[in-house]
Design a protein around this ligand. Structure first.
Ligand SMILES: N[C@@H](CCC(=O)N[C@@H](CS)C(=O)NCC(=O)O)C(=O)O
Length: 103
């Protein structure tokens, strides 16, 4: 079960960062192709974003799956809302909708 402390941490991160990416690895050294692809898209959009490397925190890795009810990473949040993973972000970007969301 998602602990209150973890829930507060996640809520604070997604509230305080307009774009919050939970990824495997870092933007400079992604540890998974899906995370690398998402980072690349957001780099091109040119808006500031925050990331958290879930490989460094097993509790956060598990807690996020419960928080979002989504079983994989990356997990993308914009304006405090869960948007989706790599496939959804790619689709939104291809349709030109991601740029609007991050304005
Ligand atoms: N189709 C997914 C691909 C992401 C994916 O399959 N991620 C896997 C492998 S990197 C994952 O996070 N598995 C759960 C875990 O490692 O905790 C998406 O759109 O994001």
């Amino acid at each position: 079960m998602l602990s209150p402390i973890l829930q507060t941490k996640i809520e604070s991160q997604i509230k305080n960062n307009k774009i919050m990416l939970y990824i495997k690895g870092t933007p400079l050294q992604p540890q998974c192709g899906f995370s690398a692809a998402v980072v690349q898209v957001f780099n091109k959009l040119g808006q500031p974003y925050e990331t958290e490397n879930i490989l460094e925190d097993g509790d956060l890795r598990q807690g996020l799956k419960e928080f979002s009810d989504w079983p994989t990473f990356p997990q993308v949040y914009i304006d405090g809302e869960f948007i989706g993973g790599c496939d959804i972000v790619m689709e939104l970007n291809n349709r030109g909708e991601l740029a609007k969301l991050v304005q």
